[in-house]
Design a protein around this ligand. Structure first.
Ligand code: E4P
Length: 223
């Protein structure tokens, strides 16, 4: 499963990428708004930091298909090849996905709450489809079940689209989809940090350090 950071704060992204084995960064208009800076200056900074090998997913905001295509062209121009255009799966979005796939654009179908949205996005040629796990849970449905079902739909229908699961509230949700083998998950900073947080592990590592320092002196290492 690929792992991405769902954030636009460059300081946070740099801190997390220093130790987390990440494959890229995703943003959405709300994340950019929370960051409060001019969108393209922030996005260029993220791209410069990531380099060309990591994916950057950026959402088009126009309401109609032609506008979404124009948004996509600017995003591609500014941010380079390994950039995925996130497009909400509504009528105009689906139309834009079909138009942009003819040009060979990288597409992430987003705002996915149902299996049928994902199936249609896959048929239209999307590379990734992003079910919103926690938001689906909040509607009284089952976000993990939906994400797994979408993964199965892609495989059974021989579509090349991968799940890029999004909107996580806790580690357990991420683990469930990792165990299932979905293509990717994008996770916000606090949940991402939580993936590695474990008091028992921290205590075990401290005991090793204490024992070694008792043997060899304070601050001693193997070097
Ligand atoms: C990613 O594609 C989504 O925009 C994002 O993960 C939504 O997350 P949220 O439900 O925490 O806002």
């Amino acid at each position: 499963m690929q792992l991405l950071i769902d954030d636009a704060n460059i300081v946070e992204i740099k801190k997390l990428a220093a130790f987390m084995p990440i494959d890229g960064v995703t943003t959405n208009p709300s994340i950019l708004a929370k960051n409060g800076k001019a969108p393209f200056s922030v996005l260029r900074e993220i791209r410069d930091f990531l380099g060309e090998k990591a994916m950057l997913h950026v959402q088009a905001v126009a309401a109609d298909a032609e506008g979404i295509v124009e948004d996509a062209h600017r995003i591609q121009r500014e941010l380079g090849e390994n950039t995925y255009i996130k497009i909400p799966v509504v009528d105009e979005g689906l139309k834009a996905i079909k138009m942009l796939k003819k040009e060979g654009a990288n597409i992430t179908a987003t705002a996915i709450y149902t299996q049928m949205q994902a199936f249609l996005a896959g048929k239209a040629g999307a590379d990734y489809a992003a079910p919103y796990v926690n938001r689906i849970d909040n509607l009284g449905a089952d976000g993990i079940r939906t994400a797994k079902a979408i993964h199965d739909i892609f495989k059974k229908n021989h579509l090349h689209t991968e799940v890029l699961a999004a909107s996580f509230k806790n580690s357990q949700q991420v683990l469930a989809l990792c165990e299932y083998g979905v293509g990717a998950a994008t996770v916000g900073p606090s949940v991402l940090r939580g993936l590695l947080k474990n008091d028992s592990v921290a205590a075990a590592v401290k005991a090793f350090t204490d024992d070694f320092e008792n043997l060899c002196g304070s601050g001693a290492t193997m070097a």
